[in-house]
Design a protein. Structure first.
Length: 431
């Protein structure tokens, strides 16, 4: 499916759905908990449903109703799935379920789509083996799924470089149910807000590490614990908010984005402050959980933005940088190159098709903004954040921008195009 966008002026209210990262943690912890948990406002995106289906495959009983999932968790009675687990395009689900599968006897086969089968997972597989599990990748010389996991994880000591927070979160989430205690050492933790999110969800389900250093470099978790069932509400997705937010900032618009929690631990809320630093007219209304954006005014470059903790924001922010006058530099991007795609290289390639002035290195991107963009045919590379970012770029480019395989936006933001069109984006979808 193609999305076709042209210059637009946006007006009205946009309500962003629940967070993918919160939803995945909520449903997998509910599966590991003992008893009935209720999850309000789950994100029913492709990734959210991948986590739900994985939880079911491991034994959890789940009732889906509009706006709520009820999960009957199995605690220590999770079991080997009857079939293989296909996590589709969900990297977070893949990573977290791999450690869950090390908690019980038997072997689980876990795989995903073509992008998941390229995403490195070997450091986590090695760590699980050190903790007593039996884990191996199925292809000789491979570093990515498919992976086979056998239990049981007994505990011990593991070390990570910190390049991927998901590996650390995966061990953190499962280690309380391991037979013994676990220590995690992290050399240089990246994406720290996601680690804090994991700790917050563990605490909500009744488990706190016996030790967690403030710099996220050391964690100690007691084994043979239990998670307790709870009722929770998933907050709105700040990484999804970035796209209607950048759309409103870069077009002559007046938009209210509702349902946002400025007190939430999601790191991507920093996108708001970065845009304000660039000169965007954004009013934060924390009391009413909303933002008011008056767009179309010139933005300024001259900033160096560190994306160490918020790698998912590069596609949206790089589009805003094209609109801004002057040079914007994004740094600490090495881990952005191993997401669903190499988002640094892909955004450079596709923005250049629109006439943008972009240069990149191993861990940086420089956008020399202010040059008018011209619509063109571009490719999402089956990456949901690339698809939404390029569609937004088309809203202030001259002419028509056609984004190939735009349907992948549903991975993290179901209803993205409908929500955008309700505020006047007039995006056309074609097969």
């Amino acid at each position: 499916m193609y999305s076709i966008s042209r210059k637009a002026s946006l007006h009205g209210e946009a309500i962003v759905p629940g967070s993918k990262s919160h939803t995945i943690r909520a449903v997998l912890l509910a599966a590991m908990a003992e008893g009935r948990s209720v999850i309000n406002n789950p994100l029913t995106s492709d990734d959210g449903l991948s986590a739900l289906n994985a939880a079911r495959a491991l034994g959890a009983e789940i009732i889906e109703e509009p706006g709520v999932w009820t999960v009957e968790g199995k605690g220590k009675n999770l079991h080997v799935p009857e079939n293989f687990i296909d996590t589709r395009n969900s990297g977070t689900t893949t990573t977290f379920v791999i450690s869950m599968a090390a908690l019980f006897d038997g072997y689980s086969f876990i795989t995903g789509d073509h992008q998941i089968r390229r995403r490195p997972i070997k450091p986590l597989v090695d760590a699980l083996n050190e903790l007593g599990a039996k884990a191996f990748l199925t292809r000789p010389g491979a570093v990515a799924p498919p992976v086979v996991i056998g239990g049981k994880m007994r505990g011990g000591r593991v070390s990570f470089s910190g390049f991927s927070s998901q590996f650390i979160s995966s061990i953190l989430l499962s280690s309380p149910l391991a037979q013994g205690d676990t220590e995690i050492f992290v050399e240089n933790p990246l994406e720290k807000p996601y680690l804090q999110m994991t700790l917050d969800w563990m605490k909500l389900y009744g488990v706190v590490p016996s030790e967690a250093s403030p710099d996220y470099k050391y964690f100690a978790v007691k084994g043979s614990q239990s998670y307790k069932a709870v009722e929770s509400t998933v907050p709105s997705d700040w990484s999804g908010v970035a796209f209607p937010l950048v759309a409103a900032v870069t077009t002559p618009s007046e938009v209210v984005i509702s349902g946002v929690d400025f007190d939430d631990c999601q790191g991507d809320k920093a996108v708001v402050d970065h845009l304000i630093d660039m000169g965007a007219d954004i009013t934060k209304d924390s009391k009413n959980k909303r933002m008011i954006i008056r767009g179309g005014t010139p933005l300024r470059g001259g900033l160096t933005i560190d994306l160490n903790d918020i790698p998912d924001s590069l596609p949206a922010l790089s589009v805003a940088a094209c609109f801004a006058q002057g040079k914007t530099k994004f740094i600490n991007l090495a881990h952005v190159r191993v997401k669903e795609t190499d988002r640094v290289g892909v955004m450079e390639k596709e923005l250049k098709k629109l006439g943008a002035d972009v240069e990149t290195g191993p861990d940086y991107m420089i956008v020399n903004g202010g040059k008018p963009l011209t619509g063109a045919s571009v490719d999402s590379h089956d990456d949901h954040r690339i698809a939404m970012a390029l569609t937004v770029a088309g809203l202030f480019a001259q002419g028509e921008t056609r984004v190939k395989d735009a349907q992948c936006a549903s991975v993290s933001f179901p209803g993205f195009f409908e929500i955008m069109n309700k505020v006047g984006a007039n995006i056309v979808l074609e097969e």
